[in-house]
Design a protein around this ligand. Structure first.
Ligand code: ZN
Length: 113
């Protein structure tokens, strides 16, 4: 019984796993396992400078002048970037910027538009 959560209604330790939900045999309370999973997932994912979650297809605004590697171009603060794509790695946003072309950004230097 050690790895099951106590009943949120009566704090009983005798809750059991009923497949899709937990059930408390003492007070009859039933509660969903799914909600807990969703809560855990909330800490994952790519977030912008303000901590807002980013998803594929989002539009973001650059909050800092960013030099483009291997060129003299600079992505100016305030530049809008449409249809981002999240990728793994240090630079976790793949996108295409008007006048510059495809490039990668760090999520910490953008905010959700
Ligand atoms: Zn209970």
């Amino acid at each position: 019984m050690s790895d099951l959560p106590n009943c949120p209604a009566c704090a009983s330790e005798f809750s059991y796993d009923d497949g899709l939900q937990y059930v408390c045999p003492e007070c009859g309370h039933e509660w969903s396992k799914v909600a807990e999973d969703a809560g855990a997932d909330d800490t994952a994912g790519v977030r912008d400078a303000n901590g807002n979650k980013l998803v594929d297809g989002d539009s973001v605004t650059v909050i800092k002048d960013l030099k483009v590697k291997g060129s003299s171009l600079v992505v100016k603060v305030g530049t809008k970037v449409k249809s981002i794509r999240l990728v793994d790695g240090d630079h976790d946003i793949d996108c295409k910027i008007d006048g510059i072309g495809p490039m990668k950004l760090k999520s910490e230097f953008v905010k959700k538009a």
